[in-house]
Write a protein that binds this ligand. Structure first.
Ligand SMILES: C=C(O[C@@H]1C=C(C(=O)O)C=C[C@H]1O)C(=O)O
Length: 300
């Protein structure tokens, strides 16, 4: 995995355009039929809008707010364990069973199982190891078609992986080793999947923003003007509210609850300021990166 081009305190918008974005020339998985537009008669704008099926910016923002709970609880669960560095050490498993770290194997093999169970047939889910995933064996579900088909080629999980392991983990896992490596890897997987789902939600957010103001977005898309797109899709007041709310949630969810009135509110299971920084420095910038990548393909 390469070093993520984001710093702890600042996010410089997408460095060399696609270098940090894992793009596949063909989608990592076969595009589920429900996501492809019938060809040659593509739907009209009106038909497309009606296909949004009640998906609005408001409903997406509510979903992002709900996903905050999932992310914060997943961090709290991971923080139960110390760093447990052997989990990430490629030479820890001394047999040919794994040719990579324990966490790498746990994520990859769990994804293979979940792919068979249909996880990646849902356009909201993105694998960390998309190569050679087995096909789903479950009957297809008719997911509502909302996204423009090229969306399937956008997967920035490599950046999310690097951000999580190289920057984030050390901020909320205490140094140490308690031997619970398998549980640690399983907790990492839950965190990674929650972060990935949230960040790739940017595709849906971008689609709805585009539908609501296509006349504003189209010139910037045609000009491939990333800065203009970033400006159009950014709502600073929403971002400020997100940072404050997640810090507050981290305080509420992460406090020690007792039956006496001596709740120790000053000690939290994950540091609220770390959660706020996680959102401000990584989650929201990466969500916006996904939005820009999506919009750039929106007229393809
Ligand atoms: C997701 C949105 O787009 C941008 C990204 C945000 C985020 O990741 O939470 C918040 C506000 C916007 O700047 C949105 O407008 O809700």
């Amino acid at each position: 995995m390469t070093t993520i081009p984001f710093s702890l305190t600042s996010f410089s918008p997408p460095p060399p355009l696609f270098s940090s974005v894992f793009l596949t020339s063909s989608p990592p998985n076969p595009i589920p039929e429900v996501l492809t537009l019938p060809s040659p008669q593509s739907p009209t704008k009106l038909q497309r809008n009606s296909m949004a099926n009640g998906v609005t910016l408001e409903s997406l923002r509510l979903s992002l707010i709900r996903q905050e709970d999932t992310i914060i609880f997943s961090l709290i669960e991971r923080a139960r364990f110390p760093t447990n560095s052997p989990t990430y050490n490629e030479s820890y498993v001394p047999t040919p069973t794994f040719s990579c770290s324990l966490v790498h194997s746990v994520v990859k093999e769990t994804e293979a199982l979940q792919a068979k169970a249909g996880r990646y047939a849902n356009p909201e889910e993105h694998p960390f190891f998309p190569d050679n995933l087995p096909p789903s064996v479950v009957p297809p579900y008719n997911f509502t078609e909302v996204l423009h088909p090229p969306a399937a080629s956008i997967n920035i999980n490599k950046d999310i992986w690097d951000m999580y392991f190289k920057k984030l983990l050390q901020l909320f896992a205490a140094p140490g080793d308690d031997g619970n490596y398998a549980s640690t890897a399983a907790s990492d997987l839950v965190c990674l999947q929650a972060l990935s789902r949230r960040i790739h939600y940017g595709k849906l957010v971008a689609e709805v923003k585009f539908r609501e103001s296509s006349e504003e977005y189209e010139p910037a898309i045609r000009a491939k003007d990333r800065d203009a797109l970033m400006k159009l899709l950014t709502f600073e007041s929403v971002e400020e509210a997100v940072k404050k709310r997640v810090a507050k949630k981290a305080m509420v969810f992460g406090q020690e609850v007792t039956l006496n009135n001596d709740d120790k509110k000053e000690k939290y299971k994950v540091d609220p300021s770390v959660v706020s920084r996680l959102y401000g420095d990584w989650i929201m910038p990466l969500t916006k990166l996904v939005q820009v990548e999506y919009l750039l393909r929106r007229l393809d």
